[in-house]
Write a protein of this length. Structure first.
Length: 79
């Protein structure tokens, strides 16, 4: 079993249940679901490298503190 197998499977189940989600929503779900959690880097790498996930685009916005934030939108690949 790979190091990120549980993380990959959980993300796939989350996207299957919720459809399209952004990276922040996925990270928040993973960190609530698992005791050990994950970093944004880990989640980003899993999403970018696994063929089950498809990047649909990027949304830009600002945080409450005034910082610009760019977040990717992800979905499961349609078979």
């Amino acid at each position: 079993m790979s190091r990120t197998a549980r993380l990959r499977n959980e993300i796939a189940q989350f996207l299957e249940a919720n459809g399209v989600s952004n990276t922040s929503q996925i990270l928040e779900h993973v960190n609530r679901r698992f005791r050990w959690g994950a970093t944004m880097n880990q989640v980003g790498n899993v999403l970018a490298r696994d063929r089950r996930f498809e990047k649909l685009g990027i949304t830009e916005g600002t945080t409450m503190a005034g910082f610009r934030e760019r977040v990717c939108i992800w979905a499961l690949v349609a078979n």
